[in-house]
Design a protein around this ligand. Structure first.
Ligand code: MGD
Ligand code: MGD
Ligand code: SF4
Ligand code: MO
Length: 738
């Protein structure tokens, strides 16, 4: 057998590094980074390398569709034995027939809204998932963590700056780089470039994070706010910019709306007051503001830390967007690039969303839509906590079927005990889970479906990161009968509504998408051969065009300015005011902190931050893979040395973390990285056993931070939850059984 070499792309995390896979006899023998990748330039990490073990692990993977033996879709369902009864192998045809018949039955009896389809973070099928929902008679995502993931940041950017994105700055050309609640673990391929620029004096560097991150040691300013107070910090930074007139008044006059009102608002936030709210020294606030105001262009990277996972999410996003607007580094090298290229990810031609629908979506039912109107309109999803309550109680409407594709809701969503009740609820007739391995949710499912991973599939990276289409080619055939999610949606969709799904296979879907949405007409061979296709930025010119707002190139109506109702950066935002928000950004203390809940804090004195990312794991996956588990063998939490001393917990010792929602076990990592009074539990949960290393798995309920996190109260109109600011207590030792 000769060794086959295939160039493709790793989709294990969002970095999307170019990969070269060497295989022999359908086994992977070696994986390397692709030096030709314009995204990763040959950088590749340990998680990506583990693809070899994952593909070759035919003992551990789910290989065939399966059905729980005592679950008969035409007879007894026995919901009480979910998780304990055996599975039997069935064919894909049987599985798809059962699922489709269930859908038709439930739609007839209860309406399509009683079917919930869940996905987690984007894993190359956002669009097909949404199209499948349209085939079911639903519109939108059905269930996705968009209430906490990126959207609470993107929406304020859209309302304020007219840019519907996370506004990732052009770090390669910036004079100041700001990482605001963005983890180095998620920036692997960019970290080198940032460090090189810092070292050569080309950029100043600011980190604003509740942890001392790996890159913070290189920072000129490291600001460590109390969790959930970033809105006040942004208002304080703007206070200094305004008081010291560190802004370009002509630009502000010409291109922004509501500056005087904003200036008045930020006068309420002088550095000393902001220092009291946030814990950041006033001198640092002043110094950092001066740096931002005088050493532009500034490239921000803001991800989950400051806003997305707090009950003041939307206003925090607004304050940071206003700060960026005030600095004015928009659509210039080193600032916020504005890419007007049309976004193919959720194009209506794929999702089949109806663009003519009433923007208030009064005709559409979503769980929690009345409570969270901004989420209903822009999140286009059911509110997760309301959905799980409905699954348990049948109120306000029943949930009869849940299909999870690349999502482990027990590890993903807040208040995991309640999610568990929902998944095991006798009111839900059918649970389907499609995954690589038996996740805690898959173990409880009625139908289990196997999945292929990135080296085993012929699909495409749908997110089109950085205006780049990266082709991918199957390097090895998937083990057993593993199907990729594209094929699953195609075959399920054909049964639900064949007109919506005319393609023969995934390759045809890829080529249709390129042709229809991007005007790229090519054969499969040309697509694979071409590897990396740079998309133009919509300006119609060869290189980037800057300051497009001065040229009438941003707004659909061709007028000068930004894509907001006023055509200006909206410091004052009437569109948000219509949803009941203050039209100016303002600070609200998060709902569950020692400040807002002093009584509860007597029992639960620590502020709990959950979810920071680690290099080795992607969400709850890969604690079973030796090369990854070895890096972080045990569940752990960060605790300040003073706090550890007071509780009497030593470094490396087991402890119990409790909240009013439940309790988990974790090992103390005693460190000055974290603020006094704050406990940080990483995202991953250590759910799976790693046999090779003899390390246990902790399932969904033993070490999963979401056991602790409340689902209520949430952000009042969008529903973002308190994943990064709630209360907990810590006790030395563990006194509950595994
Ligand atoms: N407390 C707390 N909770 C959080 C967060 C936090 O910071 N703190 N972060 C939130 C965020 S931002 C997000 S996006 C969500 C993410 O949540 P999810 O994306 O749902 O992540 P998981 O819960 O790990 O579930 C994903 C499952 O999909 C499987 N999988 C991976 N790739 C594929 C694939 O291609 N096909 C199939 N069929 N299966 C696949 C994995 O093995 C895993 O079991 O979590 C959210 N939950
Ligand atoms: N390795 C790996 N990479 C991933 C993922 C993964 O699971 N593993 N998940 C992917 C997904 S879906 C997402 S959405 C992204 C998330 O990407 P990021 O948001 O960059 O990553 P996080 O580590 O979740 O959070 C960023 C930082 O926020 C800080 N933080 C927490 N609370 C606060 C606060 O109140 N204020 C401030 N200023 N900082 C705070 C944390 O300490 C952390 O360093 O990562 C993606 N990449
Ligand atoms: S897991 Fe590693 S190799 Fe794969 S895309 Fe992410 S950073 Fe790149
Ligand atoms: Mo996410």
């Amino acid at each position: 057998m000769t060794v086959r070499k295939t160039r493709t792309v790793c989709t294990t995390c969002h970095a999307r590094c170019g990969a070269v896979v060497y295989s022999e006899d359908n086994k992977i023998v070696r994986v390397e980074g692709d030096p030709d990748s314009p995204r990763s330039q040959g950088v590749f990490c340990g998680s990506g390398l583990s693809q070899k073990e994952i593909h070759n692990d035919t003992d551990g993977r789910i290989l065939y569709p399966m059905k729980r033996v005592d679950w008969d879709p035409k007879g007894e369902r026995h919901p009480e034995t979910r998780g304990t009864s055996e599975f039997e192998r069935i064919s894909w045809d049987e599985a798809l027939d059962i699922i489709t018949e269930e859908c038709f039955r439930i739609k007839d009896e209860y309406g399509p809204e009683a079917i919930v389809t869940g996905q987690g973070t984007g894993r190359t099928t956002n669009h097909w998932h949404c199209r499948l929902n349209s085939s079911l008679g639903l519109e939108g995502w059905s269930l996705a963590p968009t209430h906490v993931c990126l959207m609470p940041l993107m929406l304020p950017n859209a309302f304020t700056l007219g840019i519907y994105s996370d506004c990732d700055g052009d770090m390669a050309n910036a004079s100041t780089i700001v990482h605001w609640g963005a983890s180095p673990a998620t920036q692997r391929s960019k970290a080198k470039m940032i460090l090189d620029r810092i070292e050569s004096g080309q950029t100043k560097y600011v980190v604003i994070d509740v942890r001392y991150t790996d890159l913070a040691k290189n920072a000129d300013y490291w600001l460590q706010p109390r969790p959930g107070t970033d809105c006040a910090l942004a208002l304080g930074l703007m206070n200094v910019l305004v008081e010291e007139k560190l802004y370009d008044s002509d630009w502000i006059e010409k291109w922004t709306y509501g500056f005087d009102e904003l200036a008045e608002r930020v006068r309420n936030y002088p550095p000393e007051k902001v220092s009291k709210i946030t814990g950041v020294p006033a001198d640092d606030i002043v110094g950092c503001a001066r740096l931002l105001g005088t050493n532009g262009p500034t490239a921000f990277q803001t991800i989950l830390g400051p806003g997305c996972m707090h009950t003041n999410a939307i206003q925090t996003g607004r304050a940071i967007a206003c700060l960026q607007g005030m600095l004015g580094h928009l659509d210039v090298p080193g600032g916020i690039p504005i890419n007007v290229a049309f976004s193919a990810m959720l194009d209506d031609r794929i999702t089949l969303w109806d663009p003519m629908k009433d923007p208030g979506r009064s005709d559409l039912f979503t769980f929690g839509g009345e409570d969270y109107p901004l989420y209903k309109v822009f999140g286009r999803s059911n509110d997760p906590a309301t959905t799980f309550e409905a699954a348990i109680t049948g109120e306000p409407r029943p949930v009869k079927m849940m299909v999870f594709i690349a999502n482990d809701p027990l590890l993903c969503y807040e208040n995991a005990n309640r999610v568990h009740e929902a998944i095991t609820s006798p009111n839900v007739d059918t649970i389907v889970s499609k995954d690589f391995y038996f996740s805690p949710t898959t173990k409880l499912a009625d139908i289990v479906l196997p999945s292929s991973d990135w080296s085993e599939r012929d699909t495409i990276d749908e997110e089109l990161f950085g205006g780049l289409v990266i082709s991918s080619e199957r390097a090895v055939d998937p083990p057993g009968e593993c199907w990729d999610d594209w094929k699953f949606f195609l075959e399920w969709g054909k049964r639900l509504n064949p007109e919506h799904w005319p393609w023969k296979d995934e390759k045809e879907m890829v080529l249709w998408r390129l042709r229809e949405l991007l005007g790229m007409d090519m054969t499969w061979e040309e697509y694979v051969e071409g590897a990396y296709f740079k998309l133009d930025d919509g300006s119609g010119s060869e290189g980037p065009v800057y300051k497009k707002y001065e040229k009438g190139m941003i707004r659909p109506d061709g007028q000068l300015g930004f894509n907001t109702p006023t055509g200006r950066i909206e410091f004052w935002c009437d569109a948000l005011a219509r949803f009941g928000y203050d039209p100016l950004p303002d600070y609200d203390e998060p709902a569950e902190t020692p400040v807002s809940q002093p009584e509860l804090a007597k029992e639960y004195p620590f502020t709990l931050v959950t979810g920071h990312r680690l290099y080795a794991f992607f969400h709850s996956a890969w604690t079973n893979i030796p090369a990854q588990r070895e890096l972080y063998p045990h569940p752990f939490f960060l605790i300040h040395p003073d706090d550890a001393r007071e509780i009497g917990v030593d470094n490396g010792e087991w402890a119990t973390i409790e909240s009013p929602r439940g309790r988990i076990k974790s090992k103390a990592h005693v460190t000055y990285e974290i603020l006094k009074g704050v406990i940080a539990v990483p995202r991953h949960g250590w759910r799976d056993e790693c046999k090779e290393l003899g390390l246990p798995g902790y399932g969904w309920d033993q070490a999963n931070p979401n056991v602790l996190v409340p689902s209520r109260p949430a952000e009042p109109r969008y529903g973002a939850t308190a994943m990064r600011s709630s209360l907990c207590r810590v006790k030395k030792g563990v006194d509950f059984n595994e």
